[in-house]
Design a protein around this ligand. Structure first.
Ligand SMILES: [Zn+2]
Ligand SMILES: [Zn+2]
Length: 228
C-alpha cells in the first residue's frame, strides 16, 4: 500500500510538471473509465456460472449460522477446491442475498488483490511512461483517476452497503463523483441493470450492453446462483 501511494504521488508530480487544460477532461474520462470497468466486471461476474461439482451451492444456500464452526470449516473446504477467480465469481453472487457482508469488510480485504494484481503494476508502468516523456501530463492525469477508481471500486461498492462512511465518501456523493445507496438499490432490485458501482455515469451504456447481450442469449438467469 505505501508503494502504491508513492507511485500515485509520482504520477501526480508528472501531471504538475506538464500542466494543460486537457488535464480536467482527462481526469473525468479516467473516472468514467473506472466506473465502466466496475460495471463490466460486475456484469460478467454476476452471470458467469460457478464451476459445477464443487459444492459451492452448499455455502450459498447454507441454512444454519454463518458464524458457526461447521460453516467456517465447510467454507474453507469448498473454497480450497476452486480457483481465485471462481472465488471472486462466488463472492459477487453471494453479495445479492447478503449485501451487508461487503459493508463490514475492511479496506485491505476489499482492495488488496486489485491493488497488487492490477492497480500497482499499471501505476508503476505509468510512472515510467510519464517520466520518460512518452505520455503527456494530461494522459497521466486520466491514468491516475482510472487507477484510483479501479483500485477502490470494491471499497466504493462496500460503502454503498454501510450506514457510516468517512467524510470524503459523503462529500464525493454530494458532488456526484460517487453514486448513492438509493441509485445502487436499482441493481439489487432486479439484478438486470446498473452494474456500475463507482459514480454510475456509465450505467446508461452498461444497461444497453446488458440488454444487447440478453437478446443474444448471454447472461442467463441460471448463472446468478451456484449449482451443485
Ligand atoms: Zn450484482
Ligand atoms: Zn451491492
Amino acid at each position: 500500500m505505501p508503494l502504491f501511494l508513492l507511485s500515485l504521488a509520482a504520477n501526480l508530480v508528472a501531471v504538475l510538471r506538464d500542466p494543460s487544460w486537457w488535464v480536467i477532461p482527462a481526469l473525468l474520462a479516467g473516472w468514467y473509465g473506472a466506473d465502466l470497468a466496475s460495471g463490466l466486471v460486475h456484469m460478467y461476474m454476476d452471470y458467469k456460472p460457478t464451476p459445477a461439482g464443487k459444492g459451492l451451492d452448499a455455502l450459498y444456500f447454507y441454512a444454519g449460522s454463518r458464524e458457526s464452526e461447521h460453516y467456517k470449516a465447510l467454507w474453507r473446504e469448498r473454497m480450497a477446491k476452486v480457483s481465485p477467480l471462481d472465488r471472486l465469481i462466488y463472492d459477487f453472487k453471494n453479495h445479492h442475498p447478503r449485501p451487508d457482508a461487503l459493508g463490514r469488510r475492511d479496506l485491505w480485504r476489499l482492495i488488496g488483490s486489485t491493488v497488487i494484481l492490477a492497480a500497482l503494476p499499471f501505476s508503476v508502468m505509468l510512472n515510467v511512461l510519464a517520466f520518460t516523456g512518452l505520455v503527456p501530463g494530461w494522459a497521466a492525469a486520466g491514468g491516475v483517476t482510472l487507477i484510483v477508481g479501479g483500485a477502490f471500486a470494491q471499497y466504493f461498492h462496500g460503502s454503498l452497503h454501510r450506514a457510516h462512511n468517512p467524510w470524503i465518501v459523503r462529500a464525493m456523493r454530494r458532488c456526484g463523483l460517487l453514486m448513492t445507496p438509493a441509485a445502487h438499490q436499482l441493481h439489487h432490485d432486479t439484478l438486470q441493470r446498473d452494474f456500475a458501482t463507482n459514480c454510475g455515469w456509465s450505467n446508461p451504456l452498461v444497461n444497453r450492453l446488458f440488454l444487447a447481450g440478453r437478446r443474444r442469449g448471454w447472461f442467463d438467469d441460471a448463472g446468478l446462483e451456484p449449482t451443485a
